[in-house]
Ligand binder design. Structure first.
Ligand SMILES: *[C@@H]1O[C@H](CO)[C@@H](O)[C@H](O)[C@H]1NC(C)=O
Ligand SMILES: *[C@@H]1O[C@H](CO)[C@@H](O)[C@H](O)[C@H]1NC(C)=O
Ligand SMILES: *[C@@H]1O[C@H](CO)[C@@H](O)[C@H](O)[C@H]1NC(C)=O
Ligand SMILES: *[C@@H]1O[C@H](CO)[C@@H](O)[C@H](O)[C@H]1NC(C)=O
Ligand SMILES: *[C@@H]1O[C@H](CO)[C@@H](O)[C@H](O)[C@H]1NC(C)=O
Ligand SMILES: *[C@@H]1O[C@H](CO)[C@@H](O)[C@H](O)[C@H]1NC(C)=O
Ligand SMILES: *[C@@H]1O[C@H](CO)[C@@H](O)[C@H](O)[C@H]1NC(C)=O
Ligand SMILES: *[C@@H]1O[C@H](CO)[C@@H](O)[C@H](O)[C@H]1NC(C)=O
Ligand SMILES: *[C@@H]1O[C@H](CO)[C@@H](O)[C@H](O)[C@H]1NC(C)=O
Ligand SMILES: *[C@@H]1O[C@H](CO)[C@@H](O)[C@H](O)[C@H]1NC(C)=O
Ligand SMILES: *[C@@H]1O[C@H](CO)[C@@H](O)[C@H](O)[C@H]1NC(C)=O
Ligand SMILES: *[C@@H]1O[C@H](CO)[C@@H](O)[C@H](O)[C@H]1NC(C)=O
Length: 754
């Protein structure tokens, strides 16, 4: 790992040097830094210990958004594992002690700090980081402040090539809510995916992940019959066995149990990120109406009829069932895009806010929908915070994001005049940074990173969370306005689960998270700096399995051919344990497989009877060629060719990849009773395949001549074909449950993509 770090250093030396002397480090976010007058560095290689100050080791700070804040010692433990994993420093001792030692990192708190957000309010998230000739001290306003300091430490270590410049950082964020929103309703995401996203966000000092947990595909009321609406894709992702909510969720395999949810919250909190749950009502409420059809509005079943006497009690039953799962101080009611009676809507939101306050001591957030108006007989209570998003309500097109953009105008609310000046707290989720996964008639498929660098209409400089209007400064409050809580950028799955595989949500955010995180913190990173340092930092992000990389010396990751088992006719003892033997990987990596299948007279492996072939690999993300040399004698419907951690290659009878709960099929199948190479080719955001008839002993043959595609349904009106980036399955090449018989002639996995 260090070899990489030094390489990174060579690439950025010039930039890094310039930025040290300008009292600011180009990290993500940027870090205010005063180099010591006499220069000098402290070498990471001399690090001996990470010491948690015994005076504060068990200290927790409850002032943040989570109700499960880690102690200083707990944050220290996660930091130490990162230092081991990404900086490659082994043999560290991790004591609790009263003072720094030579070549230690000392984690401690300051009782007297007075860091301020841009609003002037005190922030517990600030920290100091001092590098001296004898080591490093990180002194936080709270354990969370220390945690952000540890992110700076790792970035500094990586960007300096392991020679940390002597000097001092004093740093704190501009806004207290910094993060992203994931639509986990119209697409399920596994718990590991959520935890890994939190780790990614945390590396760039974001602290909030909003999980959108219930929603439906757009209910095209003018097109769909009542029956069709009641069968439209709609999901509520929490799973409880409580009798009160029996029937609300019928899809247990794509749900979060209390244990799952707690695990995600813990994994995220361990890295300083709070999950804010969102359960949508009274709009986007088809999951609830499919459960209790009498609660739907007769003319649009995705809206709750707020004058029905059971509507409010039903929502309180749902929230009452799940409220104690949520270890956070704010929960989100959704309340987006309702087109019914405003007075009833405002009443509903206020009743629900009272319920959360009384039953869980939680505050409530909603999407801005009906700003207060003189003609209303009631308004949303001012203790409900508003997430501003620039959404049109009313007749025409809507679904969170599929709408016509009227350039330069707020088409529903003007957050400055409607909310901020009326003393509502606002989270800025302006649609400038919206992402609609895979395809949209109006929104981009990746965060608009350019706008993060140039989104301030007053200066042409960086966008920041207080900027609601990137074209007209008159619509923006002062930077120090205390009613601006921060910023959350959403990703919407408007076109449902089969549009994307899980990892495509990560790729939609891969550059967007760091670019936004810099501005949400109050950083000043420039486009060119971002281009230079992002790739370097990216290779050192802890806990990053989202890209399914496989370590390999050279492009060839794994190769089995007849030589991998030719020796089986004269096995050595160490190749054999019982009837299980080793299939040798002929690449330099030694990813040998194990099997108990037998070798044929033609020196191939027979796939029949009770046996299996298992590799040590799980899954390979973008940019790979996986070729399998096969002879298929017979297969059943739904035969499994190869299974991996995330995906499965099948014959259904069409060649099919099963990924993220969906089947992606080609228009072809495999030939019988002849040798062929079946290849899956992952090339950037696309996935190809080929079938080539071959003879045993010939080189592997792959051509990208067929493509797996997603077929998206657009509001029941049309279909859109789009590319899809599916991971290669690598773990189990055959098993007695595979539903086919034949022979195996070899396999090649390489990153040399044609
Ligand atoms: C720390 O290092 C200095 C000089 O390098 C040495 O004089 C001192 O004894 C060391 N202190 C400890 C506690 O090892
Ligand atoms: C750097 O030094 C200047 C001048 O002494 C001071 O104003 C500033 O706060 C210092 N910044 C940091 C990060 O220590
Ligand atoms: C809403 O519910 C009320 C009370 O049950 C009922 O009278 C009314 O017709 C419903 N409205 C719609 C639009 O479904
Ligand atoms: C909205 O609901 C309120 C309370 O039920 C009622 O008084 C009012 O007339 C309704 N407004 C409209 C426009 O239907
Ligand atoms: C929840 O809050 C409501 C008031 O909004 C109250 O009537 C109800 O009794 C509370 N329920 C519990 C279990 O505390
Ligand atoms: C609702 O808010 C508007 C705008 O601030 C105000 O004019 C109106 O009086 C408020 N209505 C009520 C009932 O408080
Ligand atoms: C800028 O915003 C102000 C306040 O909303 C508005 O009055 C003005 O017309 C806008 N200017 C332009 C050029 O749109
Ligand atoms: C095995 O070898 C024999 C003899 O060369 C040949 O006839 C047969 O087709 C081979 N079987 C397979 C499956 O390749
Ligand atoms: C969950 O179960 C449904 C119904 O059997 C299936 O279609 C879907 O693929 C499953 N999802 C996953 C992630 O396996
Ligand atoms: C399969 O064939 C249909 C009909 O010809 C075509 O629309 C579709 O794009 C093909 N699918 C693939 C994956 O090639
Ligand atoms: C399977 O492939 C055939 C062509 O071989 C095609 O006609 C059919 O539409 C495909 N089925 C699916 C479900 O894609
Ligand atoms: C994907 O789902 C849509 C509904 O959203 C459906 O119309 C479409 O046929 C599905 N695509 C495939 C390949 O099944």
């Amino acid at each position: 790992m260090m070899a990489f770090v030094y390489l990174a250093y060579l690439c950025t030396l010039a930039t890094f040097h310039t930025l040290v002397s300008s009292s600011r480090l180009a990290a993500i976010p940027t870090i205010p830094f005063n180099a010591s007058a006499d220069g000098g560095t402290w070498p990471l290689s001399s690090l001996k210990s990470i010491i948690t100050d015994s005076a504060y080791a068990d200290r927790v700070d409850k002032s943040g958004e989570t109700n499960m804040p880690p102690s200083l010692h707990e944050f220290g433990g996660v930091f130490a594992s990162d230092v081991f994993d990404v900086l490659g420093i082994k043999h560290l001792s991790l004591p609790v002690g009263p003072a720094p030692q030579n070549n230690s990192i000392f984690l401690t708190l300051s009782e007297t700090s007075s860091y301020q957000y841009a609003s002037g309010e005190l922030s517990a998230e600030g920290y100091e980081l001092e590098v001296t000739a004898s080591g490093v001290t990180i002194r936080g306003a709270s354990p969370l402040g220390v945690w952000w300091g540890t992110r700076s430490f790792i970035q500094l270590a990586v960007l300096s090539g392991g020679e940390l410049p002597l000097g001092k950082i004093v740093d704190s964020p501009g806004w207290k809510i910094r993060g992203m929103m994931l639509d986990a309703a119209r697409h399920y995401y596994p718990t590991e995916f959520i935890s890994e996203i939190c780790s990614y966000m945390s590396f760039f000092k974001q602290n909030t992940l909003q999980l959108h947990l219930s929603d439906n595909l757009y209910n095209n009321a003018k097109l769909y019959s009542r029956e069709q609406s009641l069968n439209l894709y709609a999901r509520f992702r929490l799973w409880s066995d409580a009798s009160e909510v029996k029937g609300l969720n019928n899809f247990q395999n794509e749900s979060y149990t209390k244990e799952d949810y707690t695990g995600m919250q813990e994994a995220c909190a361990a890295r300083g990120v709070t999950i804010i749950p969102e359960i949508e009502a009274p709009g986007h409420a088809l999951p609830i109406v499919q459960w209790k059809p009498e609660l739907g509005m007769s003319d649009d079943l995705s809206l709750l009829n707020l004058s029905h006497p059971d509507t409010l009690p039903t929502m309180q039953t749902i929230w009452g069932t799940f409220l104690d799962w949520f270890n956070c101080k704010t929960v989100h009611l959704g309340a987006d895009e309702y087109t019914g009676n405003v007075s009833e809507y405002n009443h509903f939101v206020n009743q629900m806010a009272g319920f959360m306050r009384n039953n869980g001591s939680k505050s409530v957030r909603i999407w801005g929908t009906f700003p207060p108006k003189p003609e209303y007989d009631n308004n949303i209570s001012k203790d409900v915070s508003i997430q501003h998003c620039a959404i049109i309500t009313g007749q025409s097109i809507p679904i969170h994001s599929t709408l016509i953009m009227f350039l330069g105008e707020f088409f529903e609310d003007n957050p400055l005049f409607d909310y901020v000046q009326n003393n509502y707290s606002v989270v800025n989720s302006d649609d400038t940074f919206y992402v609609v996964n895979k395809w949209s008639g109006s929104y981009p498929q990746k965060v608009n990173v350019a706008k993060t660098f140039h989104g301030n209409p007053a200066t042409g400089g960086p966008w920041e969370p207080y900027i609601f209007d990137t074209k007209n400064s008159t619509n923006n409050p002062d930077r120090s306005n205390k009613n601006v809580l921060g910023s959350i950028a959403p990703l919407w799955n408007d076109f449902g689960p089969n549009a994307t595989v899980y990892s495509e949500a990560y790729y939609a955010w891969r550059e967007g998270i760091p670019a936004l995180a810099d501005k949400q913190w109050g950083g000043s990173l420039l486009t060119e700096e971002f281009m230079n340092i992002f790739p370097i930092l990216h290779s050192s992000i802890p806990y990053l399995w989202l890209e399914d990389r496989i370590e390999s010396d050279g492009p060839e990751i794994l190769r089995f051919d007849q030589e991998s088992w030719a020796y089986q006719h004269h096995p050595r003892r160490d190749d054999q344990a019982g009837d299980t033997w080793r299939v040798k990987d002929l690449s330099v990596n030694d990813y040998s497989a194990l099997t108990n299948c037998s070798v044929t007279a033609n020196v191939t492996i027979a796939f029949a009877g009770e046996c299996a072939l298992m590799t040590p690999l799980l899954s390979k993300g973008r940019n790979y060629v996986l070729t399998l040399r096969l002879y298929v004698h017979h297969f059943e419907k739904d035969a499994t060719i190869i299974e991996g951690q995330k995906t499965t290659l099948m014959l259904t009878p069409n060649i099919t990849l099963f990924a993220s709960g969906n089947y992606y099929r080609l228009n072809s199948t495999v030939p019988l009773d002849t040798w062929f190479d079946l290849s899956i080719i992952g090339k950037d955001d696309r996935t190809f395949a080929s079938i080539q008839e071959v003879r045993l002993g010939e080189p592997f043959l792959a051509r990208a001549d067929q493509e797996f595609q997603a077929i998206l349904g657009v509001n029941g009106e049309s279909l859109v074909w789009a590319p899809i980036a599916i991971e290669a399955p690598l773990t189990k090449i055959w098993g007695s449950d595979a539903q086919w018989t034949g022979e195996f002639g070899g396999m090649l996995l390489t990153t040399d993509v044609p």
